[in-house]
Design a protein around this ligand. Structure first.
Ligand code: KIV
Length: 499
C-alpha cells in the first residue's frame, strides 16, 4: 500500500520541494495550487494536480474528495501558504487583516477539517504546517503572518491534545529565511549560521514528521531557522522579566532596611535595594508606631545611608502625613530626594493615594507603591493582620496594584498579603512586586534588617520573619563576658594597652 501525501499551496517553493521529496520516499502525491504549476508538478510525480484557491473552502473540499475517491486514504497533509498583506501595523486595514486570517490560518483549519475524518477512520495521520520563525518572536516586516501564525500555534496545540488519541499527529515547521525566496542581506546577517536555509532542509523535516521515525512527535513547533530565534521558553511558559529602574534582575530582588552608615556599608553591593524605612520610628527610636516619624528624621537617616552606598539602589519612605495632597507630596518628595539623593520614594497607598503616585511620577520622581498592610494606618501594631483572605480584599488589592502601575509606580511592595493574592498580583503587573510576609511568588523579598538578625533577642516575631542569626542572644553572652572581665580586671590586659 502506497501512503498518500496531500500538499496545499505547493506549486512552487518549499511545498513543491516537499512534494518531490515525499514522492521519492514512495508517497502518492496530490498537489493543490492556484496556478498551472500544481498540474505540471503532479504530472511529473504521477499524482493528482488541482488548481484552486486555498481561500475557497469549496475548492479545498473538492480537492480532498477527489483524492479520497481515487486512493481511499490520506496519510499526510502538508499546509503551506501564500503571502498575506504587509505594512505598518496600524495602516493594515480590517479587510487586509481578514485576508491574512484566510491566508495563514483559516486555509489550514479548513484543510484539517476535511482530512481529519479520513485520518480518524484510518487511525493514523500526520499534519504538517509550514509556518514561520516569527511565530514566537514577531517580526514587523511580516506583521500579519506573525499574528496569524501565533494563533496557528495555539490551534495546533489544542488539536494535538484532542486528536492524539486517534494517532493523528500535528506539528508546525517554523522556517527562517529559506532560499525559495531570495532573502535580503540584512536578514541573513542576523542568522547565526550566516546563510539562508535550503528548501531541501525544510523537506527533510517534512519527511521525518510524515514518517514512522517521527511517530512520537506531536503538538510541536520545530524551528528550522539557522538559529535566528532566541527564546528558549515557549511563550506560554515565559517568566516575567524583573526590571527595576535601569536594572534587569535574573533572580528575585533582595531588599533590607538600613538607617545608619554602618549597616548601609554592610548591605551595599550585597543586597539589591536598601530601604530607609519609616520603620526606624519603632525599630530605632522605640516609638509605638510610625506616625511620629518626621521628614527631618527621614532626611538625616536617608542622607547618611546614601553617602555610604555606592552599588545598591536606595529607596526612602515618605513619612505619615507627608503626602496628604499633591502639593504637599511634591514639596516633601523633592525635599527628601534633593537632600538625600536616594533613587526612589516609597509611599503607602490606598485608593485615594493613586493620583499622588501619578502626579509624582509625572514630575519624574521614581515611586514604589506600598500596599496590603500599610503600617502608617495603624496606631496599634498588634491590630495588624494579613490581607487578601476574602474576595473583596482580593479585588481591592488587585485593583490597587494595577492602578499603581498605570499611575507610573516602578514597583509594588506587598506587606502581609496572602500567597494566592500575591501570586495573582505578581502575574498581573509588569513591574516587580517586592514582598514582606507575602509569599515566595513576589519578584523580590524585603525584611527589616533588625528583624533579620533579631537584634533584640525577641521571642515573638511575626510569622514571616526568618532570623538568620540571633544577634541579640549572642550579644547578651558577649556583654556578660565583657562585664566579668572588666570587673575582674582581666580586661584590658597588656595586649590592649599602649606602653
Ligand atoms: O518601613 C519599613 O521598613 C517598611 C518595611 C516594613 C517594608 O516599609
Amino acid at each position: 500500500m502506497n501512503r498518500v501525501a496531500v500538499l496545499i499551496a505547493a506549486g512552487s517553493g518549499m511545498g513543491a520541494n516537499a512534494a518531490k521529496v515525499l514522492s521519492k520516499a514512495g508517497y502518492k502525491i496530490a498537489i493543490f495550487s492556484s496556478s498551472e504549476k500544481s498540474k505540471k508538478l503532479a504530472k511529473e510525480l504521477r499524482g493528482i494536480g488541482y488548481i484552486g484557491s486555498n481561500l475557497n473552502k469549496d475548492d479545498l473540499k473538492n480537492f480532498i474528495n477527489i483524492i479520497y475517491k481515487k486512493w481511499s486514504r490520506i496519510d499526510v497533509l502538508v499546509n503551506s501558504a501564500g503571502h498575506g498583506p504587509k505594512g505598518e501595523i496600524l495602516k493594515i486595514t480590517d479587510e487586509e487583516w481578514f485576508i491574512s486570517l484566510e491566508t495563514y490560518f483559516l486555509n489550514v483549519v479548513r484543510a484539517i477539517r476535511y482530512v481529519t475524518p479520513i485520518m480518524k477512520k484510518q487511525k493514523s495521520g500526520s499534519i504538517i504546517n509550514i509556518s514561520t520563525y516569527a511565530t514566537f518572536e514577531p517580526e514587523k516586516s511580516f506583521p500579519t503572518s506573525s499574528v496569524m501564525r501565533a494563533g496557528l500555534s495555539s490551534f495546533t496545540k489544542i488539536y494535538s491534545d484532542e486528536y492524539a488519541k486517534y494517532n493523528i499527529r500535528i506539528n508546525n515547521i517554523l522556517p527562517g529565511f529559506i532560499n525559495s525566496l531570495k532573502p535580503k542581506k540584512k536578514f541573513i546577517k542576523r542568522v547565526p549560521l550566516k546563510r539562508s536555509g535550503k528548501v531541501g532542509e525544510i523537506s527533510a523535516v517534512v519527511k521525518l514528521l510524515a514518517s514512522e521515525d517521527g511517530a512520537y512527535i506531536t503538538g510541536q513547533n520545530i524551528r528550522v531557522d539557522g538559529g535566528i530565534t532566541r527564546s528558549v521558553w515557549k511563550v506560554y511558559n515565559m517568566k516575567k522579566q524583573i526590571k527595576f529602574l535601569n536594572k534587569i534582575f535574573d533572580k528575585p530582588i533582595t531588599c533590607l532596611t538600613a538607617y545608619s552608615a554602618s549597616i548601609a556599608k554592610l548591605l551595599d553591593g550585597n543586597i539589591d535595594i536598601i530601604l530607609v524605612g519609616d520603620s526606624l520610628g519603632s525599630t530605632l527610636y522605640g516609638m509605638k508606631n510610625t506616625r511620629n516619624v518626621t521628614i527631618n528624621m527621614m532626611k538625616f537617616h536617608g542622607k547618611v545611608v546614601t553617602e555610604n552606598v555606592k552599588k545598591s539602589i536606595v529607596v526612602i519612605d515618605m513619612p505619615y502625613k507627608s503626602y496628604i495632597n499633591k502639593v504637599t507630596a511634591l514639596k516633601n518628595a523633592r525635599k527628601l530626594i534633593n537632600f538625600t539623593k536616594a533613587n526612589v520614594l516609597k509611599l503607602e497607598v490606598q485608593k485615594k493615594t493613586i493620583p499622588i503616585i501619578k502626579y509624582l511620577s509625572k514630575k519624574k520622581l521614581n515611586v514604589i507603591a506600598h500596599i496590603g498592610v500599610t503600617p502608617q494606618s495603624f496606631i496599634d501594631f498588634k491590630k495588624i493582620k494579613v490581607v487578601g483572605k476574602n474576595d473583596q480584599e482580593k479585588k481591592q488589592l488587585l485593583e490597587l496594584a494595577v492602578n499603581a502601575e498605570l499611575a507610573g509606580a516602578q514597583a509594588i511592595l506587598l506587606e502581609c498579603v496572602t500567597e494566592k493574592v500575591s501570586k495573582e498580583i505578581t502575574a498581573s503587573v509588569s513591574i516587580p512586586t517586592i514582598g514582606i510576609g507575602s509569599s515566595k511568588y513576589c519578584d523580590g523579598q524585603v525584611l527589616v534588617f533588625d528583624d533579620l538578625i533579631n537584634i533584640n533577642d525577641q521571642k515573638k516575631l511575626p510569622r514571616f520573619v526568618k532570623t538568620y542569626i540571633n544577634f541579640g542572644k549572642e550579644t547578651k553572652k558577649v556583654l556578660k563576658k565583657f562585664s566579668k572581665e572588666v570587673k575582674s580586671k582581666k580586661f584590658p590586659n597588656k595586649k590592649f594597652t599602649y606602653q
